[in-house]
Write a protein that binds this ligand. Structure first.
Ligand code: SAM
Length: 385
C-alpha cells in the first residue's frame, strides 16, 4: 500500500488540538508547522482523516517538496514528480490555489501556470499523448511556497472540512464549525458536564459539542473529492470507514447542552441545523437574553461567541452585553467561562481579567479566546445530569 506524508492545515494557534486528534486516530506525526500538521499515513489514513478530524481545514497528500527560486527550478521540481501514481490518463488536474510567503517566486498566477505546464509535460511522456481530454475525475493541487520551499499538496477534500453539511442556515457572524470544535476541545469540558452557549446564533458550539459527546464523526454527511479516486484509494475504504463511524455513534448518552439567544429567527435556524446534524434531541434551545442566564447545576461550562460589534447597531450594546456575561459569572460561580471575541474591551466590561488570552483567527478577523476557568468539582461529588 502507498505511504504518504499527509498535510492538514488548521486555524493558526490551534495546531496542538489537531495534532492530538490525529494521534488519537492512531497516526504518527511527522512534524508540526504554523497552521498545519503533517503526518504519515496510507490511503486509509486519507479516508479516516477526512471523515473524523473535527479541527482540520482539509486533507492533502504531499506529492513533493523542494527548493525553488526560479521558474526553471519550479518547473523541473514539478516535472520530476511521479504524477501517474495519482492522476490517471483522463484525470482533470489543475492548480486550485497557489500561495507564497517570503519567497522569490510570488505571483500566484505564474506559479499556477508553470506547475500545470510541468505536470502536463511529465504526464505526456508517461501516457504518450500531447493532448489531455481531462474528462475524468478532479485532481486539484494546492501549491505553497514558504521561504523558497515548495510544497505540492493534492487536495483530497474539496469543500473545506468545516462544511459538515448541517449548516446551510448560518445566522449572522457564525463561527466556523472546525474552529468551534477546536475551542471546545481546548477546554476540559467532557460530555458528563453541563455546557451552555448564551449567544448561540446558528447553534454551532452546541451542535459541535453534542456531536463530540455522541461521537458523531463530522464527515458523515458530506462528500470528498478523493471518494472518486479509485485509481489509488479503494472505494471499500470509504464504505468501511463510514459504516464503522455509524456504529461508533453513542445513541444513549445523557448530556445537558443548552443554546440560548434573544433572536427567535436564528434559534429556528439553530434547531434546523441541529436536526440535520442528528443532535436536536441532545440540545435544549430556548429564547433567552444573556441577562437571564442561570442554571440549577454546578461546575458547568459556558463556551460562547458573543456579539463583537460586527454590526454598527450592536456596537453600542456591547458594554451591556459583556456586563451581563460578567454578572452571569458571579451567579454561576462554580462554572468555567470560555469566550471568543474580537471586542477589545471585553474584559473591562465583564469586570474580570481572563486567566488565559489566546490569539485566534475567526475567518479573517483576529480574535482572542478568553479563559475564565472555575473551580474543579470535588472528586466524589460528580455533577449529576
Ligand atoms: C456572534 S453571534 C454568535 C454566532 C454563533 N456562534 C454561530 O456560530 O452562529 C452573536 C449572537 O448573540 C445574539 N445576541 C445578541 N445580544 C444578545 C443578548 N443580550 N442575549 C442573548 N443573545 C444575544 C445575537 O442574536 C447573535 O445570534
Amino acid at each position: 500500500m502507498q505511504r504518504f506524508d499527509i498535510i492538514c492545515p488548521c486555524h493558526f494557534g490551534l495546531e496542538a488540538v489537531l495534532k492530538k486528534e490525529i494521534q488519537d486516530l492512531g497516526y504518527e506525526i511527522a512534524r508540526t508547522e504554523d497552521g498545519r500538521i503533517i503526518f504519515h499515513g496510507d490511503p486509509d489514513a486519507v479516508v479516516m482523516a477526512n471523515i473524523h478530524l473535527r479541527t482540520a481545514e482539509r486533507v492533502l497528500i504531499c506529492c513533493a517538496e523542494f527548493e525553488a527560486r526560479t521558474f526553471d527550478e519550479l518547473f523541473e521540481g514539478v516535472k520530476a514528480v511521479r504524477w501517474e501514481d495519482y492522476i490517471p490518463r483522463d484525470g482533470r488536474f489543475w492548480v486550485k490555489k497557489a500561495s507564497s510567503v517570503n519567497s522569490k517566486l510570488f505571483s500566484p498566477r505564474d506559479i499556477q501556470a508553470i506547475v500545470k505546464k510541468a505536470m502536463v509535460d511529465h504526464l505526456s511522456g508517461v501516457y504518450g499523448v500531447t493532448h489531455f481530454e481531462e474528462s475524468g475525475n478532479d485532481y486539484p493541487l494546492r501549491v505553497f511556497i514558504n521561504k523558497d520551499h515548495v510544497t505540492l499538496g493534492l487536495d483530497t477534500t474539496g469543500d473545506s472540512l468545516h462544511k459538515r453539511g448541517y449548516r446551510p442556515d448560518a445566522g449572522e457572524a457564525p463561527i466556523a464549525e472546525n474552529l468551534a470544535a477546536a475551542l471546545i476541545l481546548l477546554t476540559p469540558w467532557r460530555a458528563d458536564r453541563y455546557l451552555t452557549d448564551p449567544f448561540c446564533g446558528s447553534g454551532t458550539f452546541a451542535i459541535e459539542a453534542a456531536m463530540i459527546a455522541r461521537n458523531i464523526a463530522p464527515g458523515l454527511d458530506r462528500s470528498f473529492t478523493a471518494e472518486a479516486w479509485d485509481n489509488f484509494i479503494d472505494k471499500k475504504l470509504w464504505y468501511k470507514a463510514v459504516s464503522e463511524a455509524h456504529e461508533e455513534i453513542k445513541e444513549d448518552i445523557r448530556c445537558d447542552i443548552q443554546g440560548y439567544d434573544i433572536d427567535s429567527k436564528v434559534l429556528e435556524a439553530a434547531r434546523d441545523n441541529a436536526k440535520r446534524a442528528g443532535v436536536l434531541d441532545t440540545i435544549h434551545f430556548q429564547k433567552r437574553a444573556a441577562s437571564e442566564l442561570s442554571h440549577h447545576g454546578k461546575y458547568g461550562f459556558v463556551i460562547t461567541n458573543p456579539p463583537y460589534g460586527e454590526r454598527l447597531e450592536t456596537a453600542k450594546t456591547l458594554p451591556g452585553i459583556y456586563g451581563d456575561l460578567g454578572n452571569a459569572m458571579k451567579r454561576l460561580d462554580t462554572w468555567s467561562f470560555y469566550v471568543i471575541t474580537s471586542y477589545a474591551d471585553a474584559e473591562k466590561y465583564i469586570g474580570r481579567k481572563a486567566e488565559k488570552n489566546r490569539k485566534v483567527y475567526n475567518g479573517m478577523i483576529q480574535a482572542r479566546y478568553l479563559s475564565f476557568p472555575g473551580p474543579k468539582p470535588p472528586k466524589k461529588v460528580k455533577p449529576e445530569l
